[in-house]
Design a protein around this ligand. Structure first.
Ligand SMILES: Cc1ncc(COP(=O)(O)O)c(C=O)c1O
Length: 466
C-alpha cells in the first residue's frame, strides 16, 4: 500500500538521520542557490507517488538541515528531541487530531489536562493555575499578557474583549531593560507600542533592579503589568522574583514571568533558588521545545487567573460543540482554534524522564556550561563575560593588541567554518561575544571538550595572526 510504503521509507530515513546526529556536520553543507535548485522547479502537473515524494524531499533537504538535534549544537537556546517525543510526534501526525475542542479529540484534551497538572507540580506553580499549549514562548507571552490586559481592565471597569482598546483606561507596562524582544512583540500585538513600554534598569548580569522598579511603581497610576524574566537569553541570569513580587503585590500590579528556558530551574533542587518567589506571579511563559527537549513547536503558558485566561481566549459559535461533561476545551486557553495536538509530545517527555530525569537533564546542561567556561577561561586571551549561573556562556576574545570585537567575530567565524559545533554571536553591554547555550539532552563531556578545543584553536590562530 502506498501509505505503508511511504511510512516504512520515512522510518528508514529518520533512523539513518538520527543515527548520524553525533557524527554529521553541525552546519549545513550547501548553499541557498543549491537548495533552491534541489527543492524548486515548477508545481508538479500530476500526482506523484508518496514514497517518491518523501525520497526526493529527504535527498534535497538533508544538505540544508542544521543538526540542532545533535549534541554539539549550542546556538540560540535550542533543545534537541528526546526519543519518546519524536515517536509521540509521529503518532500525533498519524492520528492527526485537531486539539481545539474535546469533541474533536477527547484524548488530546485529557492529555493536556494531565500534562498541565504534571507541569504545574514540577515547576512549583499554584495548583489551580490554568495552562495553554501554544507554539512557543513568544505566543505564551502573548497569551499571558492578553489575560493580564483583560483582568486589569476588568478591575478598572472596562471590558476589553467587547469594547476594544480605544477609550480604555491606559495600561502601564514596566519591564527590565534586558526584556526579551518577544515580550515587546507580544505587547505590540496587544495594543501597547514598543515606545509605551517603560524600561527600568538592569544590573551587569541583566537582572532587573528592584530599586529601579520601586521608583517606577511609585509613579504608577492605574492598571500596571510588570514583566520579569527567569533566564536572560544571553547571560542566563534571573530577575529577583521574590523582591519583585513584594513590590508588585503592594501596587496590585500583574506580575508576568518570561521563563522561556529559565523556568525549568524550578524543576531542579540545586537551581530552584534562582526562581524563589515564582509562585507569587500572576502568569508564566515557557517553552517545551527549548529545555524540555520536545520537538518544535511547543510553548506553554500558565496563569494564576483561570477565569481571566479563559475569558480572553475563549470563543463560541453555534457549530463549535462543547461537551456537557465540561471537560477541558483546549481552545479556551490558546489564541488558536484548530491546531496540532501538542500535548502528546510534552506528555511523552515528562513520562519518559520523570521528575528526576528532568532535574538531571537541567543540572547536566548547567554542569556542562560550567565545564565550557572553566576550560575556555584558562586561555589568557579569553574572557567569560557572564556569571555562569545556568546553561549560558558568553565568550569574548581580548587579544594582547588590536580590536577585541573584531577578534571575537573572527574567532566565531573560524569556529563556524570548522563545523564541529554550532555557535552564534551576540552583543553584551556593547561588547561582541560568542554565545554558548547548552540545552540538549544528549550533550556529553566529550562534546563540550571537542567544541572547546575548536574554539581554542580558532582563538589561538587569531592571536598568532595579530
Ligand atoms: C527569555 C525568552 N523569552 C522568549 C523567547 C521566545 O521564545 P520562542 O522563540 O520559543 O517563541 C526566548 C527565545 O529564546 C527567550 O529566550
Amino acid at each position: 500500500m502506498a501509505e505503508e510504503d511511504a511510512l516504512a521509507r520515512t522510518l528508514d530515513i529518520a533512523r539513518a538521520y538520527i543515527a548520524s546526529r553525533t557524527g554529521r556536520p553541525v552546519w549545513p553543507e550547501t548553499t541557498l542557490v543549491a537548495l533552491r535548485g534541489a527543492l524548486g522547479g515548477a508545481l508538479p502537473a500530476d500526482p506523484i507517488d508518496a514514497t517518491a515524494v518523501i525520497d526526493a524531499l529527504a535527498r534535497a533537504a538533508e544538505p540544508g538541515l542544521v543538526t540542532t538535534t545533535g549534541p554539539r549544537y549550542f546556538g540560540f537556546v535550542t533543545g534537541g528531541a528526546l526519543p519518546a517525543t519524536v515517536a509521540a510526534e509521529w503518532l500525533t501526525a498519524a492520528w492527526d487530531q485537531s486539539a481545539g475542542l474535546y469533541v474533536l479529540s477527547p484524548a488530546a484534551s485529557v492529555v493536556e489536562e494531565v500534562t498541565g497538572a504534571w507541569l504545574i507540580d514540577l515547576l512549583g506553580l499554584p495548583a489551580d493555575a490554568s495552562v495553554g499549549f501554544v507554539t512557543g514562548c513568544h505566543m505564551a507571552n502573548f497569551t499571558a499578557l492578553a489575560a493580564a490586559r483583560h483582568e486589569l481592565l476588568r478591575r478598572a471597569g472596562w471590558d476589553v474583549e467587547a469594547d476594544g482598546l480605544q477609550g480604555a483606561p491606559r495600561l502601564r507596562v514596566i519591564v527590565g531593560d534586558e526584556v526579551h524582544v518577544s515580550v515587546v512583540g507580544a505587547l505590540r500585538m496587544l495594543g501597547v507600542g514598543a515606545r509605551q513600554v517603560e524600561r527600568v534598569a538592569a544590573d551587569d548580569q541583566g537582572r532587573l533592579k528592584p530599586a529601579a522598579l520601586e521608583s517606577a511603581l511609585a509613579g504608577a497610576q492605574g492598571p500596571t503589568i510588570v514583566c520579569a524574566q527567569a533566564g536572560n537569553v544571553n547571560s542566563g541570569a534571573f530577575d529577583p522574583l521574590d523582591a519583585i513580587a513584594d513590590l508588585t503585590s503592594g501596587h496590585q500590579a500583574w506580575l508576568h514571568v518570561d521563563g522561556a528556558f529559565g523556568l525549568w530551574a524550578a524543576a531542579s533542587g540545586t537551581l530552584r533558588h534562582h526562581v524563589n518567589g515564582i509562585e507569587r506571579a500572576d502568569s508564566w511563559a515557557t517553552d517545551a521545545h527549548k529545555w524540555l527537549n520536545v520537538p518544535y513547536d511547543s510553548g506553554l503558558v500558565f496563569t494564576a487567573h483561570p477565569a481571566a485566561h479563559r475569558a480572553t481566549m475563549s470563543l463560541t459559535a453555534a457549530y463549535l460543540m462543547r461537551s456537557p461533561e465540561e471537560p477541558r476545551e483546549p481552545m479556551d486557553w490558546t489564541p488558536e482554534s484548530s491546531r496540532r495536538a501538542r500535548g502528546f509530545a510534552v506528555y511523552a517527555a515528562l513520562r519518559s524522564l520523570g521528575r528526576s530525569g528532568v532535574a538531571d537533564m537541567i543540572d547536566r546542561c548547567c554542569r556542562l556550561a560550567r565545564r565550557f567556561a572553566d576550560r575556555l577561561r584558562q586561555e589568557p586571551t579569553i574572557r567569560i563575560l557572564n556569571e555562569v549561573v545556568l546553561n549560558q556562556v558568553l565568550v569574548r576574545v581580548v587579544p594582547v593588541a588590536g580590536d577585541a570585537d573584531a577578534a571575537t567575530k573572527d574567532a566565531l567565524r573560524a569556529v563556524q567554518e570548522e563545523r564541529i559545533c554550532w555557535l552564534g554571536g551576540s552583543r553584551w553591554h556593547g561588547l561582541d561575544a560568542m554565545r554558548i547555550s547548552v540545552s540538549n539532552w544528549s550533550t556529553t563531556d566529550e562534546d563540550v571538550d571537542r567544541s572547546a578545543d575548536s574554539i581554542l584553536r580558532a582563538v589561538r590562530a587569531i592571536s598568532e595572526r595579530r
